[in-house]
Design a protein around this ligand. Structure first.
Ligand code: HEC
Length: 218
């Protein structure tokens, strides 16, 4: 089965840039000790590295296309973070640092998650229930990490996309109230799909909608 999906995604690769994530036909429940590729690493890389003008599509910078697993693996040596370009460039200085200034560098937690994912074998995992949360759906516990992974690469600092900042509670709740954030996440009512690479998991979207319905608790 895996084989068929791999062949299908390779066919799509040749013809288009924005490829919806291939659903895993046999999702495994999430193991908290394992860094998940589809739910964590891919969205983090898409929002920090594979945005328009950077590492996406046929004209990707330096020919490095980081919008798919196959493209990412060109820069990764499974089990060997120190020997992986994808990890090394996060610590460079000057023009070699990625993402390049004035974009924000990844924070220590994000770098550690990438290191651990490579260390664990850099597999194309896609676990089910990655965002099921037993804690209350608050900004701090659920929404901030979701935005951090899926949105913040494009929505912070001087060059924030569309001038939309999503770095703290007041900016995110303001975007819900005044910029149609929930419509954007669903790509409806005239809002561009956010993130542009494709809708987040149903589970993430449901958590976001529940948070808004509950009055956006901090
Ligand atoms: C790869 C870059 C990128 C990522 C990742 C991204 N955005 Fe955006 N976002 C943009 C761009 C570019 C615009 C402005 C242009 C547009 O509306 O198409 C935008 C606009 C918006 C707007 C304003 C919409 C409007 O119609 O005015 C909202 C709200 C938004 N994004 C929310 C999000 C949220 C929430 C996420 C994560 C779930 C996210 N974005 C992830 C690039 C991104």
């Amino acid at each position: 089965m895996k084989y068929v999906f791999a062949a299908l995604s390779l066919g799509l690769l040749a013809s288009c840039t924005h490829i919806p994530p291939v659903p895993d036909p046999d999702p495994q429940p999430c193991d908290p000790g394992i860094v998940d590729f589809t739910n964590e690493i891919l969205p983090m890389i898409q929002s920090n590295c594979a945005m328009s003008g950077c590492h996406v599509g046929p004209n990707a910078a330096d020919g490095i296309n980081l919008s798919t697993y196959a493209g990412i693996m060109e820069e990764v040596k499974p089990g060997n973070p120190g020997g992986s370009e994808l990890y090394e460039v996060l610590f460079e200085t000057g023009d070699d640092l990625m993402p390049p200034p004035p974009m924000a560098a990844l924070n220590a937690t994000q770098k550690e998650r990438i290191r651990l994912w490579i260390q664990q074998g850099a597999n194309e995992t896609n676990c089910a229930g990655a965002c099921d949360s037993t804690s209350a759906t608050t900004y701090a516990a659920v929404i901030a990490p979701m935005i951090q992974t899926n949105c913040i690469g494009c929505h912070q600092g001087a060059g924030a996309s569309g001038g939309v900042q999503l770095t703290n509670y007041s900016e995110v709740s303001g975007a819900v109230n005044y910029l149609g954030l929930v419509d954007a996440v669903n790509g409806v009512n005239g809002r561009s799909q956010m993130p542009p690479s494709g809708r987040m998991s149903d589970c993430n979207v449901a958590l976001l909608e529940r948070w808004v319905r509950d009055g956006m608790p901090q």
